[in-house]
Write a protein that binds this ligand. Sequence first.
Ligand SMILES: NC(=O)c1ccc[n+]([C@@H]2O[C@H](COP(=O)([O-])OP(=O)(O)OC[C@H]3O[C@@H](n4cnc5c(N)ncnc54)[C@H](O)[C@@H]3O)[C@@H](O)[C@H]2O)c1
Length: 569
Amino acid sequence: MGIVERLYSKELQSVVGTKNKRCNSCVLHQRLVQKKAVVRHNSWCRKRNNSSCVFYLVWMAQHMESNGIDKYSKEGDGSSLNTSRGDSSELIQRETNLKYGKPKKIVVCGGDGFCGWPTSLFLSEIGHQVLIVDNLSRRNIDNELEAGSLTPICPISERIDAWKQVSGNEMKFERLDIANEYDRLLQLLWREKPDAIVHFAEQRAAPYSMKGSAQKRYTVNNNVNATHNLLCAIVESNLDIHLVHLGTMGVYGYGTSGGEIPEGYIDVVLPGGQVSNILHPSYPGSVYHTTKCLDALLFQFYQKNDAIRITDLHQGIVWGTNTEQTRRDERLINRFDYDGDYGTVLNRFLMQAALGAPLTVYGTGGQTRAFIHIQDTAKCIALAVGNPPNPGDKVAIFNQVAECHRVRDLAKLVSDMTQVDIVYVSNPRQESAENELQVANRKFRSLGYEPILLSEGLLDEVVNVAQRYAYRCDPKKILPASYWNRKRKEDCERYAKEKLDRDTYARLLGKVSLFHEQQNSHPYSSNGRIDSLDEENMLYVLSRGNPETIKLLKKTLEECTTAANGNVD
Ligand SMILES: NC(=O)c1ccc[n+]([C@@H]2O[C@H](COP(=O)([O-])OP(=O)(O)OC[C@H]3O[C@@H](n4cnc5c(N)ncnc54)[C@H](O)[C@@H]3O)[C@@H](O)[C@H]2O)c1
């Protein structure tokens, strides 16, 4: 059997964990970059282990063969295929174990959310047993704000069914409010006996936490109780459960370390000259950030008192929507928030760019922030789960970031890419107009983390997500809707009256209906458009000019196109 035929064999598909030969995002990616498409495509997909990409699979097959991993060709008859498949699966599982540790039972609290959903899928993909716990409060906040996800997300039970169909892996779900249902949480731990809990289950939007008294109080009650209940339940359960928490870079404040922000702890000289390594001082910028600082104190106490194993990940702003896993089926799509409360800065810019509307930069745009791609969030959490601190070790703190950018530079990046204007609007936040930011991320780097950078994936986000679903956007929701204090509110309202007037809104609205019309004939809206690739170039590079391989690859492409047209998995 040749490489490409084997690519289509059930055996190889099960080894790489997918039956899906379509490659939507890569196709879009290729269409956009045109020249050098193949080279970019390959490195793009390989970096992400994109097993829904046919070309990645070809590469994988070649790689397996050249490393002597695959024994298909030496064996020959049907019966030996099973044996060799077993060998390959084992090898791949061993490689995965080496990187991410042995399969574990993991409870993912907040697993229906923006970070939690793709992370649950990734953990399941690499062999962990996943139980999602979520009270679906984020979906209720959508109703409260009348601003839903731009992408059409499915109900949780459909998501879980779709994942089972696509991957064969089963995930469980329990609807439970971890901030308010302590007894059920404890029962769940006794029943499931998880090795680890990943804790995403908090109200995570800084603007929402500053909206009014109700939201401030909800954020504190929910977040602090959720974290404290988990810690309490771990102690009471008497189980050795590793807690992995999603914190934020915002706990450090911005630019207060006087240099590179270390990973959680900082050396200080105490009065009297003694040197000590202490938790980095907190300097929160909102009620939401304050709850994360309170979480950090709770972790410090419970580690000291009960020797719980805890990893606190200080994450940057997450960008990107989909991961290799969520791309496999439309029902797995991740949420994309673009509204003034939940939409993070980059998502708002992407949405505005997709509408052809000016990018609204708060203040001078001199705020520097840290960023990480959603696929990397999932990988970093898997690395953290696989590398728990030893019992008795102090709380392990990692900075989960890839790169830092000034907001105005980000706006310029998006504007250059999409030719939309930039406008500077009054800042609703009480924050420094300008700050420097340098962040250490050596711990993840030392565990083999290679980040996806904005320069690689932004265009894909504009086209594949923001433009594709622009018809679902309510542009009135993009501008700020929460203000840090009275003065900021007055300034913003004055500014809106004088500068960002109804004309701008009208332009935005006009563009949206235009997009709505275009949607039916949108070139990127159908799945798996393989027909428009620069085939000759691609085939030549993939085959390294070998005419026999070109022939085989052509056959693959034909099958792939048929599969895509017929929407066949
Ligand atoms: N999104 C980012 O850019 C970002 C950046 C840094 C840190 N984080 C952190 O990552 C975590 C997840 O963020 P996200 O963007 O996925 O947020 P999200 O709001 O999309 O997801 C949070 C999930 O937790 C659930 N939840 C909230 N309170 C709960 C409770 N009491 N019981 C059970 N479930 C509950 C919600 O229903 C939701 O599904 C948060 O703690 C956030 O602070 C996110």
